[in-house]
Design a protein around this ligand. Structure first.
Ligand SMILES: *Cc1c(COP(=O)(O)O)cnc(C)c1O
Length: 399
């Protein structure tokens, strides 16, 4: 028995404990694993209760577009892991970004966004938000002066993704948070690549965390989903958008993500250890021109990543000595790695960014972003690293 019978065992608990124990509300059935509540609506005990639930005067389930116990478990768990007051689950990572913007921005507002964000995020900001009168400026992820210089009186949101894809550039989150505070705007960080297992942006001063749960939170490439984490006021706004517009996470997907979170800490360590070994192998290979991984001491983001992350993550890229055709030969010669643009999976994936993930960029934008024709990205999985290196040797043999 505890000396403190009223103490909550999750107060001050470590991230792995939270990943396994937070958000559990055991039912009268006494189930040990989290149940899946496959129900669209809920039954009320009286007309009075129904009215109180609909008006929000009484907490409780109403309709699964915005209240579902399985989704709630995932929301409480990811909020606890990020150190946020609340979270809202969404149908995908893009729905998390859209819902945040729709909830917290209005026509006339201005957003400053790092240039190297996920391609579809660029389209969302540049095409769709623009249509509704939200202006967006893009800046270098790593140049704080450029962020400061882009801010106008209308700026409401700074948005970044760190480390960047695929070159692993690292943003100074605390520095960006200071700029956001001084200019009365919010800082949102897409924490997809590190996850809370490796990086806690809220503790560094960020206001909002964005997740594509599709990636490492699931960890096995099964479901699409997303999450927004932040304070109660902001999350109430985001939930209001979800309630009204419907980009809701399904209970089944929420269950997959909650179970995925249980092993997130272990997996992120293993992804990072495999990636470090592969980065070192590539970096000393005579047919490699450059390796981009923040775990390498010569990488420009190394010191900052070592300070604000607990490991360097699973994504890296490298430039082969050769052209696009050489990269394609390399990729086609691998036998183990999956040729797919997804990441955050136990299965290692390999892709040629210039003709896939970044294929929509103009030649000029590719040059600015450092996406060269001889660049290959690997999202390192959890296979035995010796077998992955053997697979890379097949690629080098084809050069
Ligand atoms: C994949 C991804 C997204 C979008 O998530 P979806 O679940 O595919 O909608 C957003 N940000 C980053 C960094 C991503 O990798």
């Amino acid at each position: 028995m505890s000396d403190h019978p009223l103490e909550n065992p999750l107060d001050n608990a470590g991230i792995n404990t939270l990943a396994i124990r937070a958000g559990i509300h055991r039912t009268a059935e006494g189930e040990h694993a989290e149940p899946i509540f496959a129900t669209s609506s809920y039954v009320f005990n009286s007309a009075e209760e129904a009215a109180a639930r609909f008006s929000g005067d009484e907490p409780g389930n109403v309709y699964s577009r915005y209240t579902n116990p399985t989704v709630n478990t995932f929301q409480e768990r990811i909020a606890a892991m990020e150190g946020g007051e609340a979270a809202v689950a969404t149908a995908s990572g893009m729905a998390a970004i859209l819902s945040t913007c729709m909830a917290l921005l209005k026509a006339g507002d201005h957003v400053v966004c790092s240039r190297s964000v996920f391609g579809t995020t660029t389209v969302l900001f540049g095409k769709y938000l623009q249509k509704f009168g939200v202006k967006v400026s893009t800046v270098s992820l790593t140049d704080l002066a450029e962020w400061q210089g882009a801010i106008t009186p209308a700026t409401k949101l700074l948005f970044c993704e760190t480390p960047s894809n695929p070159l692993c550039h690292v943003a100074d989150i605390a520095g960006l948070a200071a700029i956001a505070k001084a200019n009365d705007c919010l800082l949102a960080v897409d924490n997809c690549f590190c996850t809370p297992a490796l990086q806690k942006p809220l503790a560094l001063g960020a206001d909002i965390i964005i997740h594509s749960a599709t990636k490492y939170l699931d960890g096995q490439g099964r479901c699409l989903g997303g999450a927004v984490v932040g304070n109660k006021e902001h999350m109430a706004e985001v939930l209001g958008f979800i309630r009204t517009c419907g980009p809701t996470m399904s209970p089944f997907n929420a269950w997959v993500f909650s179970k995925g979170l249980e092993t997130l800490g272990l997996r992120m360590k293993a992804h990072s250890a495999n990636a470090q070994e592969i980065a070192e192998y590539l970096n000393s290979h005579p047919q490699v021109e450059a390796t981009h991984y923040a775990g390498l001491p010569e990488h420009p983001g190394h010191a900052l990543a070592a300070k604000q992350q607990s490991a360097f993550g699973g994504v890296l890229s490298f430039e082969v000595k050769g052209d696009k055709a050489a990269c394609w030969r390399f990729i086609n010669a691998t036998r183990l790695m999956s040729l797919t643009a997804n990441l955050g999976d136990a299965k290692t994936t390999i892709v040629h960014p210039a003709t896939t993930t970044h294929g929509r960029l103009s030649a000029e934008d590719k040059a600015t972003a450092g996406i060269k024709e001889n660049l290959i990205r690997i999202a390192v999985g959890l296979e035995d690293v010796e077998d992955l290196i053997t697979d890379l040797q097949r690629g080098f043999a084809a050069l």
